[in-house]
Design a protein around this ligand. Structure first.
Ligand code: GUN
Ligand code: ZN
Length: 432
């Protein structure tokens, strides 16, 4: 049975970082997205044309809501959902005080299952249909996340977070167990349904060179898997990496020299990069993942989106919860806008929305399945009410073009703006 979702529709014909944003993107004021019986996008365009093309299709009439691909959160930590918004620490202190005790609790599979479900339901309520999550060292934390995502038909990326030093004993594995357990998990989950596996060394300070090498070897055996980690988030962290790896040319080299640099690599934060690091990341086509609410919340620094995109680096956008302070990709876009302003670039609303959808999907190498409204893509959609609060509505009443009507929701919107969410074509959550 076909199904039409009608409303305003946001379409990208091009990358708004390479083509002027208002040429790269269009808003159809009376549009529709057609979904086929397999939950895939069967057509997109003017409502009248699609009504003719799909006679008798069921309807979800979303009024003036803006229909776009579901948001893609390219880096987050579901084990940290319960400690989001924990006060007063910078990265290393924050990890030791809040994060590691919280992650220890995922030794209990029931707790892992509860957190996984809670996180995915929060994500959906905020219009996010795909997440790339770190898990904990416990293999059952990976099973819990993928199982909860499968129950919701969500396309997700996840991996066992590997650490064999500089963390409490209950959170340590070894080079061998990190390799063995990651290998077993990826054999089970990678490509099962909508699941994708990411080999996941947490970051260089919590892995010995042996563990990094073991995970590099695993990646070379499974190059179609993603690899996710953290890179150059805070200056104290970078100084620590220099002490721990005295022979490394820079932070990136601690990954590169152990086989952990590649085009399927996702490098979270990547704020304080050296020229060599930028060059190498671009040469191999790796993805940086910008986590703006986290960067302000933990006090990490100002990511220069203008420079990164001008240099041709691939960039995704992410919440990084619980280091990030929100589950909302709207709040995340707002923070990205503000941080880019501090670095001298005013990101256009089309660029922000592209980063939160297709840009992040490209970072995850999943743009053939999610993040766009292309025919054949999964019908993972969100509908945004562009007048969800009185403060937003009064600003939108004065808007003179579609971008002026959209930008207040990017800057001031939250889950109240989420009017509907579809995952693989099925209505899943939303405030209506
Ligand atoms: N670096 C290493 N681990 C983490 C983490 O859990 N959160 C953030 N923001 N940075 C990290
Ligand atoms: Zn992170």
């Amino acid at each position: 049975m076909n199904h039409l979702v009608t409303g305003q529709v946001l379409l990208f014909d091009d990358d708004p970082f390479t083509v002027p944003p208002t040429e790269a993107a269009r808003v159809l004021s009376d549009g529709a997205v057609a979904i086929d019986g397999d939950g895939r996008i069967a057509g997109v365009g003017e409502r009248g044309r699609l009504e003719t093309e799909f006679p008798g299709a069921a309807r979800s009439a979303m009024g003036d809501a803006l229909i776009l691909p579901g948001f893609v959160d390219a880096h987050m930590h579901y084990p940290q959902t319960g400690i989001v918004a924990s006060w007063g620490k910078r990265l290393i202190d924050w990890l030791n005080t809040y994060t590691f005790p919280a992650e220890m609790q995922l030794a209990d599979p029931a707790h892992a299952a509860d957190l996984a479900k809670r996180t995915l339901d929060l994500a959906l309520a905020h219009g996010t249909t795909t997440l790339a999550s770190f898990c904990t060292i416990h293999p059952q934390s990976v099973d819990a996340f993928f199982a909860a995502a499968a129950e919701r038909s969500m396309a997700v990326v996840a991996g066992k977070t590997c650490m064999d030093r500089n963390a409490p004993p209950g959170l340590l594995d070894t080079a061998q167990t990190a390799y063995d357990e990651s290998k077993t998990l990826l054999a089970h989950w990678h490509g099962t349904g909508r699941a994708r596996y990411a080999i996941t060394p947490r970051f260089s300070p919590t892995s010995t060179p042996d563990q990094l090498s073991a995970l590099g070897a695993l990646w070379s055996e499974h190059p179609d898997c993603l690899m996710q980690t953290h890179l150059s988030e805070q200056l104290d962290e970078i100084a620590w990496v220099r002490d721990l790896f005295p022979d490394a040319r820079d932070y990136l080299d601690t990954y590169e020299s152990h086989g952990l640099l590649g085009g399927n690599g996702l490098y979270g934060h990547a704020i304080h990069l050296e020229p060599r690091e930028r060059d190498r990341l671009r040469e191999v086509g790796a993805a940086l993942v910008h986590c703006p609410t986290s960067n302000t919340f933990i006090g990490s620094g100002v990511f220069d989106m203008g420079q990164a995109k001008a240099e041709g680096l691939r960039v995704g956008l992410a919440t990084d919860t619980g280091g990030g302070s929100s589950f909302s990709m709207l709040r995340t876009m707002a923070a990205a806008y503000e941080i880019a302003q501090l670095a001298g670039t005013a990101l256009h609303p089309a660029q922000l929305l592209w980063l939160a959808t297709e840009g992040s999907a490209r970072a995850l190498k999943m743009e053939a399945e999610i993040g766009t409204l292309e025919m054949g893509s999964a019908a993972d959609l969100v509908a945004l009410d562009l007048a969800s609060t009185p403060a937003i509505a009064q600003r939108v009443a004065q808007a003179e073009d579609p971008w002026e009507a959209i930008f207040p929701t990017i800057m001031m919107g939250d889950d109240r703006a989420v009017a509907g969410v579809w995952v693989a074509g099925r209505r899943s959550a939303g405030s209506c």
